[in-house]
Unconditional design. Structure first.
Length: 613
């Protein structure tokens, strides 16, 4: 064995590979069998892997030209089956009789070629360096090489990248280089899959290495759900990130993170871990259909959202750019604020402030001072530094007035003047301040009815309702199934992979959801907390969920077991239905199974397998 990487781990890796080769029936004197492909099969292979080859070509050549250009080496790319796809560099060290092994289509799996950098990296799914005399077949000992597998976002091997030469290659340097090159290709594959439709968060331990290819990369949607992450991100944050939400990863509210400008680095503290320097890239358009890269095939689009919601996004985005006031209506909890945030991020003012004001939450006596601001000393109890006011804080950006129907009449008159003149006069100030704002309002009330009742100014109504965008209630949305799955994915813990039972999913699809998406999110959080690692069943749904059902099931009378009560009798009373008994006892199925085993009652369970640990 070579002494170039004299570590126990490396020696064990090579010895294990030689053992596999003997198991394949190879002898050291055997000749490699590269199993070349015919013309048609090769054309199909290269066509299937065209995007991968193109991406690697674009990412690898700069390394070759800047670092390896003056060395006698060859860079090779192979698919997950070890077949050569493309090579770059110097082939002069390859004798004529060996060239077939370096043509496209040649197979470098261990069972055909013995221990080698490409085949052994695929077998171990890790980066390896193989010296001359570490090749199992003597015929391959003319070269040395380092190879690293390339993974997609699902951690499936999609390719392997290799640097080979007939001369000495410093193992640590070459292995480190090929690792960085493979990471570069992985990053580019992730970015290509999502384009500019989602948020990109790059992070590392310091500012000086933030632009490194070895930085962590996260792709996430507007709800904060991680859609893809490179291996470096998993390593820096200590675990798989796919499917998690950013608020469980970093000690920062999602709204604060999304407010970060796209060109300025900032710091984030990981949950219970280290401090990272970060850079956020905002999507160039509204993220509606996230895609997830998959191994060996083109990424698939997620199901489209409800047509009415999509139309509201499309129309709202166009009209906002034309400075036409938008009024968003819909029942409470339908996602009006989420829509406004999506419009903001897709607009030309995405890097300017979005100031959200809940008109119903501000006490009537404070509305004018909070909205319009005041100069210092304007009134007794005023802040000595004055108050800029929420409208002026939205200058150059978007002002979102939620629950506009609850704005007091006095404040309505002042707001109308601001919207007409695009100037604001703070309390206690004689000078008007010009403001450049786009205005979006929202309400769950019928503003026309409030106008008729004298509770809302008619002139202000026509000013804020340039176009009305109505969001449908959840019960009418065509994408209920996708929303349920999305919220399950958003709120579940990483170990909660069991999903929802078909019965629960059917009930959720039929539920009227008077509280809309807000209620669905609450129900999902409660159910996941009760289900632990079990599939979410009917016993995990809160009582309020059933009370809203059109035909509410008969209430389940809870069983209050006394000390020493026989679970056998209780089990017989529920006809062996373990889920029903668990619900009546107010315990999880796991806990009930433990009690049943302790009393020897497990054999009476009817039709339900015990949950896996």
């Amino acid at each position: 064995m070579s002494v170039h990487l004299a570590t126990p781990e490396h020696d064990q890796l090579v010895q294990a590979s030689w053992s596999r080769c003997r198991g394949f029936g190879l002898e050291q004197a055997s000749l490699p069998d590269f199993d070349g492909l015919g013309t048609q099969a090769l054309a199909q292979l290269l066509e299937c892997q065209h995007d991968l080859v193109h991406t690697t070509h674009r990412e690898v050549l700069p390394y070759y030209e800047n670092i390896l250009g003056h060395s006698n080496c060859l860079i090779r790319l192979a698919d997950p089956q070890g077949r050569m796809l493309k090579s770059w560099g110097d082939q002069r060290f390859i004798e004529a009789g060996r060239l077939a092994g370096f043509d496209a289509g040649a197979c470098w799996l261990e069972q055909r070629v013995g221990t080698n950098a490409i085949g052994t990296a695929l077998a171990c799914q890790q980066a390896v360096h193989i010296e001359h005399d570490e090749h199992y077949l003597r015929a391959n000992r003319f070269m040395t090489g380092s190879a690293a597998p390339i993974f997609d976002a699902q951690r499936q091997v999609v390719a392997v990248l290799d640097v080979s030469s007939d001369s000495y290659l410093p193992p640590s340097h070459t292995l480190g280089l090929v690792k960085v090159m493979s990471q570069t290709v992985e990053n580019r594959l992730i970015l290509n899959a999502f384009g500019s439709s989602q948020y990109q968060l790059t992070f590392n331990t310091g500012l000086n290495n933030l632009d490194s290819q070895w930085a962590g990369l996260l792709i996430f949607n507007e709800g904060g759900q991680v859609l893809a992450a490179n291996r470096r991100a998993d390593s820096l944050l200590g675990g798989r990130l796919l499917g998690r939400t950013l608020e469980t990863v970093f000690n920062t509210p999602l709204s604060d993170l999304l407010d970060q400008p796209g060109s300025t680095p900032f710091a984030l503290l990981a949950a219970g871990r280290s401090r990272f320097q970060c850079l956020l890239r905002h999507p160039l358009r509204t993220p509606l259909r996230p895609v997830t890269p998959t191994a060996g095939r083109q990424a698939k689009l997620a199901p489209a959202c409800d047509q009415r919601v999509e139309r509201a996004l499309r129309q709202g985005g166009r009209l906002l750019e034309k400075n036409i006031a938008l009024l968003i209506t819909g029942e409470t909890g339908t996602g009006k604020e989420v829509l406004v945030k999506a419009l903001h991020r897709a607009s030309s003012r995405a890097h300017q402030p979005l100031v959200a004001v809940n008109c119903a939450a501000i006490p009537a006596e404070l509305v004018e001072s909070e909205l319009f601001g005041y100069e210092r000393g304007a009134f007794t109890g005023a802040n000595q530094k004055g108050n800029l006011g929420l409208i002026r804080k939205a200058d150059k950006g978007i002002l979102f007035l939620d629950e506009i129907g609850d704005l007091p009449l006095g404040a309505q008159a002042r707001l109308l003047r601001v919207l007409q003149e695009r100037c604001i006069q703070p309390l206690g100030s004689g000078d008007p301040w010009p403001v450049d704002i786009r205005v979006v309002c929202a309400t769950h009330q019928d503003l026309r009815a409030r106008v008729s009742a004298g509770l809302f100014r008619q002139d202000l109504y026509y000013r804020v309702a340039g176009v009305t965008l109505q969001l449908p209630p959840l019960r009418e949305r065509s994408d209920r199934h996708e929303l349920i799955q999305q919220l399950w994915q958003q709120y579940r813990e990483p170990e909660q992979a069991a999903g929802l039972t078909s019965e629960v999913l059917a009930m959720m699809l039929q539920h009227p959801w008077p509280g809309n998406i807000r209620q669905l999110a609450s129900v999902m959080q409660v159910a996941l907390a009760l289900a632990e690692r079990e599939p979410v069943g009917v016993e995990h749904l809160p009582t309020d969920f059933y009370q809203d059902m059109p035909q509410a099931p008969a209430p389940v009378v809870p069983i209050t077991p006394v000390a020493g009560s026989d679970l056998n009798e209780l089990l017989v009373a529920t006809h062996g239905n373990i889920s029903q008994l668990a619900r009546r006892l107010g315990v999880s199925r796991n806990t009930l199974y433990k009690r049943l085993r302790a009393q020897g009652a497990e054999q009476k369970i009817g039709g339900e397998p015990p949950p896996t640990a």
